[in-house]
Write a new protein. Sequence first.
Length: 403
Amino acid sequence: SYRKGGYHAVRVGDSFAAGRFIAQRKLGWGQFSTVWLAYDTQTLKYVALKIQKSAPEFVQAAVHEIEILSTITENDPKNEKCVVQLVDHFKHRGPNGQHLCMVLEFLGDSILHLIRYNRYKGINLYKIREICRCILTGLDYLHRELVILHTDLKPENILLVSTVNPSKDPIKSKTPPILERPEGSLTGGAAVNVIEKKLKQRARRAVAKIAAERRGGAPEVKPERCLDGIDFTCKIVDLGNACCADKQIAEEIQTRQYRAPEVILQSGYSFPVDMWSFACTAFELATGEMMFAPKPGPGFSEDEDHLALMMELLGKMPRKIAIGGGRSKDYFDRHGDLKRIRRLKHSSLSRLLIDKFKFPETDAREFAEFLNPILDFDPEKRPTAQQCLQHPWLRQTAAKTVA
Ligand code: ATP
Ligand code: MG
Ligand code: MG
């Protein structure tokens, strides 16, 4: 993907925006961009630099994301609404074309890391309440104040607010380049792979060297250690798929496992789709497992398995909802029963929490009472983020749960 129209290859020490930002290390990447930790020589702070691929469709997507991020930032001057803020944006010309770059506030690991570092065993309920409160604060802000749907809420897109300074001693722009692209005579896929491999090895060695040199700087903190910290806060990120509630473009939204039933059935969607994804995310935090992980099987599709899993856990879908979508006829008969998956193994959220995840009965009951209404098949009956924030489950204090 490091070719014309694709990613921009960054070297540690590269400077951006006429020398203002200096690349420090890669933080992550996605389908649209690579994201680098950068030092802002103007404010003397660390930022996250999201460097978009350069092809027109990616530029277009970045323009859209910048628009949304600007709205989010302008309307939250105190930075207290739990959604990532845009510091600046600029264009950067490189060998692969012109890249739109977003300068974002620097955040920490995603809560997916948190789940993984806890070896999929789930996280203490008190901490989950803290994270849920942040996510709901962010959703309430997007939905009620800005009329924006996120449409891709999931653990990967919730980042912890980093309390650790990456280093007291940022890499300066004069650092010799460590990731040069050799101008060789090699061409073709295999040759490119060899080059990529060598470049990666060299980059790794260089980064290891830099790391060794900076021993004595602030240590990187592993997520499991963050867990024992005090309060956690986190923020919603990746507004690349967000849209104004009245200007919906995509029919198929959301990452599969976090997708709401009305999206599968194509019954029209709005804010409640984010609430559904929120409930799936909260469940995953508490149990370490996805609430729904559908797979296609003999004689049925992934969508049908997904609907079946939902009904096994949440009860039968009301007939009116089941047969009311543009795609209902593909999956349901006129009685509102699935056409191709006939025998469902009914359970309930609290039973699952007790039997499979070994929750104490009270914890299971209280958590299920919080989640069940958000997983109503009827999107209009789901509570809003604002209503969820008032729920007694979230209002339990640390004293009560920790003791
Ligand atoms: P996607 O394919 O998910 O749409 P994308 O190209 O839009 O990806 P993002 O999801 O915004 O990119 O970012 C990619 C990764 O970079 C994130 O998963 C995260 O690990 C890291 N990242 C993004 N923003 C920040 C930030 N503000 N602070 C720290 N890390 C970040
Ligand atoms: Mg992402
Ligand atoms: Mg994105």
